[in-house]
Design a binder for this molecule. Structure first.
Ligand SMILES: Cc1ncc(COP(=O)(O)O)c(C=O)c1O
Length: 345
């Protein structure tokens, strides 16, 4: 959909004069910095970080082959989700579409921002149900949240259906690709040039193994990235995280090897879990976890806990009755899990 993003930005955000930090106002080289009320005695962290994370964005741009001006960095993608609500949705007025079941943070963030939530179900195969979504949309619908591969179901959404929504919806479509490195499908970032209403979220928390650093990425039009940078807290990514992330991003081979390893384990676990007599279904996964339907998920959850193994009970999630979500662990962890499960009755 070709639209002017300013048409759907909240009026107060369009008018906003953003906070101008010392580092925003002077970016050049100097011998003595007395402009930010920092502690002048040099140490690893006495200076504020770069508010625009230029170095980190350039590195990500190189890896992802995306213009750095189309990348915004958040304190985890959870922060970016919240910022998108604040840019596009007026509290008490607008609504968002969150097809279910999916990642719970979209809903929590909507509630924090006092935004009405509309929750059409995904199809029986957990794919986009175009007619249910169409019925949920009205003039006040500002964002549709899609997650591919989806959490907690593990499946990819069909790209053609996402494209149809991008073409027909005059709001923002967020495609959360937190688990895309584990999938046999290209990222939708390749469609950014065609769709100015597309925002793709990714994270360093999963395949890159850096959940503790809190680095999330939004790939979007330059206009949307500018809006994110306009409203985000000035120093949302700390210097230590940015530096450690940069170090890890030098080593793509390590990330690739871990991903290959987890995909091999995924294949092995899919068949081993499927062989257990009390397992009704192992949903096919393109992520680093499985949704597993059991005869009695709660009982199995508690049994595993007694043996020191924690999984996620998703039984209360719509369309996930009697389901556990099990993250794929190391070969040793998976072996132990299977041994314990083999003795469950
Ligand atoms: C679909 C999805 N998006 C985002 C996140 C959060 O990512 P981050 O650690 O970057 O905040 C998660 C975490 O589990 C997730 O499952």
């Amino acid at each position: 959909m070709k639209f002017d993003v300013r048409d759907i930005v909240r009026a107060n955000i369009l008018k906003l004069e953003s906070y101008s930090s010392a580092r925003d106002e002077f970016k050049g080289k100097a011998n003595i910095f007395l402009d930010a009320n920092e502690n002048p005695f040099e140490g690893a962290y006495n200076r504020y970080p770069d508010p625009l994370q230029i170095e980190l964005r350039n590195k990500i741009a190189e890896i992802k082959k995306i213009d750095s001006e189309q990348i915004a960095i958040g304190n985890g993608s959870d922060e970016l989700i919240d910022l998108l609500f604040r840019i596009f949705c007026t509290p008490g007025v607008d609504n968002v579409i969150i097809p279910q079941p999916t990642y719970g943070m979209y809903k929590v963030s909507a509630r924090i921002n006092d935004i009405e939530i509309r929750e059409p179900l995904l199809s029986d195969e957990f794919d986009i149900d175009e007619s249910r979504i169409a019925q949920s949309i009205d003039q006040k619908s500002k964002i549709i949240f899609l997650c591919s591969p989806n959490n907690p179901t593990g499946n990819l959404l069909i790209t053609e259906k996402i494209t149809n929504l991008l073409l027909s919806f005059s709001g923002i479509i967020v495609v959360d690709e937190a688990y895309i490195d584990f999938a046999n499908s290209a990222s939708l970032t390749t469609s950014l040039a065609k769709h100015s209403n597309l925002v793709v979220l990714q994270t360093l928390s999963k395949a890159w193994g850096l959940a503790g650093l809190r680095i999330g990425m939004a790939f979007a039009s330059k206009e949307v990235v500018t809006l994110i940078n306009k409203i985000k807290p000035p120093y949302n990514v700390n210097s230590a995280s940015a530096q450690l992330a940069l170090n890890s991003l030098q080593n793509i081979e390590r990330k690739d090897e871990i991903v290959r390893n987890l995909i091999t384990e995924r294949k092995r676990m899919e068949s081993s879990l499927g062989d257990l007599s009390f397992v009704q279904k192992v949903f096919p996964s393109q992520a680093n976890f499985f949704l597993v339907q059991m005869n009695n998920a709660r009982k199995c959850y508690e049994y595993l806990l007694k043996h020191g193994i924690v999984v996620r009970d998703r039984s209360n999630v719509v369309q996930c009755e009697n389901c556990l979500r099990i993250t794929i662990g190391t070969p040793d962890q998976n072996k132990k899990l299977l041994e314990v499960l083999n003795d469950f009755n």
